[in-house]
Ligand binder design. Structure first.
Ligand code: NAD
Length: 332
């Protein structure tokens, strides 16, 4: 049984990923500060799961003994949170990631897989692939690039390094839901207020991907036997068909739910716009996405209706972080 260590295991992607890898016969170490609470509590006691509450900046490297692959998800995980906490974001997202990779190599881990982001393309022109210039806009994106640039140097024939640059994720994750991601927030607002809102003209391009499809991409890298295909490589994770302009996403909601209104607000238009090409992961790893945005919208809507998720403060990352800080405890 292969042992994997997942950092950020208590988050939106991480909690789903832990369950997925356990179901697929892996032994999992779930390392996280659990900023969003004891999100893995329903999996506690699983014979192949070890839950470790610790910080990627400080944990003892002995935890990595016997680990086959490290999946590094831990981070301050969106642009507004990184602007709220710029130096903490650099400590965690850049230096923390470099630390995890360095210790993993030292401890004989075979594969290091980093959760990067298509947002590193920032405000890029044309259709962007892994060779395109990066144009980061936020501290968040700058840290992803800096982490990639530093960690690549650790790659060698015994230590495989892969960067998965995820599109913006959507879909259900009941243990730590995020209602600050475009599809999820629009689904919430359509369900609750019969309204979706776009900022500015909504012309910005966003590639989108379902959370389960993100996890499947990580699994492919964990399973890949031919190290030459993955070592030192970056892959955009998503599919060419799921590049949308924001207004097209809003139109999709209107088609699915004709009763809703689409509101256009002129302030705060997000300057990020990136139309991304996903041919490399399809060709090299034979990767195909399995879910569409309609699937994500419908499953999240159903979960809201069935009371499986609600829009509490922990679902809105930057607001939750602000609340934690206002409580005066040293959180980060
Ligand atoms: N969700 C997306 O749309 C998306 C897109 C591209 C990339 N990513 C990347 O995927 C990863 C996971 O994203 P997510 O949406 O699950 O975010 P999330 O905020 O739900 O999860 C991040 C987790 O990291 C933990 N964490 C933060 N600082 C830590 C530290 N110092 N030590 C240990 N744990 C710490 C938090 O407690 C949290 O559980 C992140 O690296 C993010 O940048 C996400």
């Amino acid at each position: 049984m292969k042992k994997i260590l997942i950092t950020g295991a208590g988050g939106y992607i991480g909690t789903q990923m832990v369950e997925y890898f356990l179901e697929n016969g892996y032994e999992v170490i779930a390392l996280d500060k659990y900023l969003f609470g004891n999100t893995l509590k329903d999996l506690q006691g699983h014979p192949n799961l070890t839950i470790v509450k610790d910080d990627i900046r400080y944990f003892d490297k002995i935890l990595l003994a016997g680990v086959y692959a490290v999946i590094d998800l831990a981070s301050i995980s969106n642009d507004p949170s990184s602007e709220l906490l710029p130096s903490i974001t650099m400590d965690i997202n850049r230096d923390g990631a470099i630390r995890v990779a360095t210790l993993a190599k030292e401890m004989g881990v075979k594969k290091f897989i980093f959760s990067s982001s298509c947002s590193i393309y920032g405000a890029g022109d044309g259709i962007l692939n892994e060779e395109s210039p990066v144009a980061p806009i936020s501290v968040y994106a700058k840290c992803k690039i800096a982490a990639e640039e530093n960690i690549i140097g650790l790659a060698d024939e015994n230590f495989s390094v892969t960067f998965l640059r995820n599109a913006t994720v959507y879909g259900l994750s009941t243990r730590r839901m995020r209602f600050d991601l475009i599809i999820n927030i629009m689904t919430l607002n359509a369900w609750k207020n019969n309204k979706v809102t776009i900022m500015g003209q909504g012309n910005q391009w966003r590639p989108l991907v379902h959370v389960i499809d993100v996890i499947r991409a990580f699994e492919l890298v964990v399973k890949e036997q031919d190290i030459n295909k993955i070592n030192g490589q970056a892959f955009n994770v998503g599919s060419n068909e799921q590049n949308f302009q924001v207004f097209q996403v809003a139109e999709r909601f209107k088609t699915l739910f004709p009763e809703i209104t689409v509101e256009a607000k002129q302030e705060n238009a997000d300057p990020r716009s990136y139309h991304v090409n996903f041919d490399k992961i399809a060709k090299v790893l034979n990767y195909k996405t399995t879910r569409t945005i309609d699937d994500g919208i419908m499953e999240v809507r159903k979960a809201l209706a069935d009371n499986k998720v609600s829009d509490g403060i922990t679902t809105r990352t930057v607001e939750y972080y602000k609340q934690l800080m206002s409580e005066g405890e040293p959180v980060f």
